[in-house]
Design a binder for this molecule. Sequence first.
Ligand SMILES: C[S@@+](CC[C@H](N)C(=O)[O-])C[C@H]1O[C@@H](n2cnc3c(N)ncnc32)[C@H](O)[C@@H]1O
Length: 276
Amino acid sequence: MMLHEKIIKYFKENIKLFNNSFERRDLDILIRYVFDNRTYSEIENIYKDIYFINVLKFAIRRRLSQEPISQIISSRRFWHSKFYVDKNVLDPRPETELLVKKVLELPSSNLSLIDLGTGSGCIAISIAKEKPNFEVFASDISDGALKVAKRNSELYQTSITFIKSDWFSKIDRKFDVIVANPPYISETEYNDLPLCIRRFEPKIALIAGSNGLDCFKKIIKQFNKYLKPKGMLFLEIGSTQKQNIKKLFHYNGYKKIEFLNDLSGKYRVVCVKKDA
Ligand SMILES: C[S@@+](CC[C@H](N)C(=O)[O-])C[C@H]1O[C@@H](n2cnc3c(N)ncnc32)[C@H](O)[C@@H]1O
């Protein structure tokens, strides 16, 4: 039997916290987290140690109370990196990788870019890592989120200027690219979200008024004057929001709007050029 299997068997037999709803995948992740960075022979000797049993028990209790695995292990994978996360930030979601991919496909190698509502910093940092000649800025209204984003930026030694700002309120320059994954959930949709999201992820990162469009309205109204000539705006949108977003751009005078879809055909990113 492999050591990992031996550990799982031991904990299943000796920790009475397990019930049928506890997923094997979660247990695997928590065991790997508790024994992080230890060699095979070290683990062989210590896995029955009361300290490790208690650390694992505590982690299992947190998971049973619906806390997301990412917050328990303080880490979430996004694009090609792992990001530190805590209760101050939205867990980076796989669907946001489409926005990163589209920006990285831009042909220029030395653009200026701002990521509005940066949260953990996952978008700005993923781009800065792959485009070292980009001049990258990132903003958020939340002090807690900015602290997390700065920590991640230090971890990957990316050179990013962080700004505390309510969307464009403290932004005083123009960019080649503006990106944002703003909150886009309506109050009603929020009430239907799983408990693990409502209890542990920041409300300010999710809700955008009664119809989920409040943040888009603010950004779409103002982005043009913060773009350099030929600049571009990229926004992540909810999978059912295409028509409403189109109307918002039309209402603000923009005609050429491009929606980009993910592999499953869902439109998750909208791209608009300056003065389009
Ligand atoms: C959906 S989360 C996205 C976080 C991160 N960019 C990502 O993709 O994982 C939205 C972010 O917008 C921030 N935010 C909410 N209202 C804001 C505002 N008025 N001005 C700036 N940022 C805001 C939240 O704090 C949160 O970090």
